[in-house]
Design a protein around this ligand. Structure first.
Ligand SMILES: *Cc1c(COP(=O)(O)O)cnc(C)c1O
Length: 388
């Protein structure tokens, strides 16, 4: 059996796969098992933030694997404490909790928000408001948090205590809030929901409103975090100071990690045994994340992310079939006529690894992508759109 046949036989079909078995990569270029070359503007859904097999990242990870590959959380680890210090310094937040994925990071944020409220106001004040079209993960609780009805199926009973409001609607938020509300959770740019960039005025008003009522603001930065928007954190484009911030995808540079950061007022909410994760804070993963963060947090690097994003947007806007581009940094949604999934499949056939978000095409290129690679990607997209 070849890879595809074996996959079909032995792996649960929870994904519709493109007809490609990837084998290797360098930067923004990937190769399949037949040696065919692809420009990759998906970077494993924003995970390979420094592209495939960045030299410094490979060195950091392999050296750590050869030094000590894992210790339990009952021991101290310099890789984890260094990473936590950097995350706090860059975000203005106070403490970090480690896990292995975006959903887990969000679970952690939900637990902290509820425990803060429990400790201060009692068990009844436990509701969390999230936005329509949000995406917060695939665990039973983060599916509940996800404000899309299609995700609230089959797996009953779902975790209670979530309410959904339309994004960019301050009145709707005001109406949904009650004396049971403990937190509001949002993505400043809804990734899976269609690259919906929230209005600055709305996010600011939401944060002020919540601060007045001691309702916590949770920013899910699983997709927007770690340089993707041209700032280290997406919320930094909005001039707010969230109480809780979660990151995952791009932080590890390709290894699984999820972190939940909390503000000063929440730093002692979680005590011993209130949360944990066997693999959380793994030193190999943290070594990779330390390298990613050192690279990405450089002002010049961040400036280049925005510059390359603007360059790509201008190029995409020249394509007649492109109706609109929604973008911040290198997080790009492309509005087109026609079925986005079918177009994406054709792009892949033509050598461009691209993803979709709802009815949009979506690009999340590695942050290290070059303008030449972006030109090449846009050319393949243009050719594909003309073929239809
Ligand atoms: C991908 C994503 C998640 C889920 O992350 P996993 O690592 O797949 O659990 C949560 N929130 C947002 C905004 C995401 O984009």
């Amino acid at each position: 059996m070849n890879t595809k046949e074996k996959d079909s036989k032995y792996i649960m079909h929870t994904y519709g796969r493109y007809d490609v078995a990837l084998k290797s990569g360098k930067g923004a270029v990937a190769y399949d098992e037949d040696g065919k070359k692809y420009i990759d503007v998906s970077s494993g859904i924003g995970v390979n933030s420094l592209g495939y097999c960045d030299e410094g990242w490979v060195k950091a990870v392999s050296e750590q694997a050869g030094t000590i590959q894992h210790m339990s959380n009952y021991f101290y680890s310099s890789q984890a404490s260094d990473l936590a210090e950097k995350l706090c310094a860059l975000s203005g937040l106070s403490k970090v909790c480690f896990g292995n994925s975006g959903a887990e990071a969000n679970e952690c944020a939900i637990k902290i928000a509820r425990k803060y409220s429990f400790d201060k106001y009692g068990a009844e004040r436990n509701e969390i408001i999230t936005l329509r079209d949000s995406f917060h993960g695939r665990t039973v609780t983060t599916l509940s948090a996800t404000g899309q009805d299609v995700f609230h199926n089959y797996f009953f009973p779902f975790t209670g205590g979530f309410k959904y409001v339309r994004a960019n609607d301050t009145d709707a938020l005001g109406e949904a809030v009650s004396d049971k509300t403990c937190a509001v959770m949002l993505e400043v740019i809804q990734g899976e929901g269609g690259v919906n960039i929230l209005d600055k005025d709305y996010v600011k008003a939401l944060a002020d409103f919540c601060a007045e009522k001691d309702i916590l603001v949770i920013c899910d930065e699983v997709q927007t975090g770690i340089g993707r928007t041209g700032r280290v954190f997406g919320f930094q484009n909005y001039g707010i100071s969230p109480d809780l911030v979660t990151c995952a995808k791009g932080l590890g540079g390709g290894l699984p990690i999820g972190v939940c950061l909390c503000s000063e007022k929440l730093k002692d909410v979680m005590g011993p045994s209130s949360h944990g994760s066997t693999f959380g804070a793994n030193p190999v993963v943290c070594a990779g994340a330390n390298y990613v963060l050192d690279t990405v947090s450089d002002e010049k690097f961040l400036g280049a992310v925005e510059e390359k994003g603007a360059y790509l947007e201008a190029r995409l806007r020249k394509i007649k079939e492109v109706k609109n581009v929604r973008r911040m940094g290198l997080m790009v949604g492309i509005e087109i006529d026609g079925n986005a999934h079918d177009i994406a499949v054709k792009c892949v056939e033509n050598g461009l690894l691209i993803i979709t978000a709802k009815d949009l095409l979506r690009m999340l290129p590695p942050l290290t992508v070059t303008k030449e690679e972006l030109d090449e990607a846009a050319a393949i997209l243009e050719k594909t759109l003309k073929e239809k």
